[in-house]
Ligand binder design. Structure first.
Ligand SMILES: [Zn+2]
Length: 131
């Protein structure tokens, strides 16, 4: 007999260890706004996994937001946040590594994203690819 862990499928894909509804789920549902840039970054990773282009566009700052977003079929393997660096009350950067597979090939994306907070909501501005 296999032992079952406590509802592993409820775990948030962002790797926080929390249950999805208590983690990124509440932001994707629109129940509440992500309180920090890191929370927003994690929820955007989860949104990529669930192909939630609407959420990705809604959390993208209007000055840098693309008109449309095509999400190719991607198998997201994991996220690790390397550094969350608040600059001041309304600006922050988050460095992370995301691993994913496209067409059976594994890739690794290392990015430092910039975020800005306006009227209490965090938005993704842009990112720099790098180690
Ligand atoms: Zn999460």
């Amino acid at each position: 007999m296999k032992k079952h862990k406590a509802a592993p499928d409820d775990r948030c894909p962002c790797g926080s260890g929390s249950a999805l509804p208590d983690c990124c789920g509440q932001y994707l549902d629109g129940r509440t706004a992500a309180p920090t840039a890191e929370h927003l970054m994690r929820s955007r990773y989860t949104a990529y996994m669930y192909q939630r282009a609407d959420y990705l566009l809604a959390t993208w700052h209007p000055t840098t937001r693309p008109a449309t977003l095509d999400l190719p079929p991607t198998q997201w393997l994991g996220l690790s946040v390397a550094q969350h660096l608040p600059q001041d009350g309304t600006h922050a950067t988050v460095a992370f590594v995301a691993r994913y597979k496209v067409g059976g090939r594994a890739h690794r994306l290392a990015e430092t994203s910039r975020f800005v907070c306006e009227d209490g909501r965090w938005f993704y501005l842009d990112g720099e690819i790098g180690e």
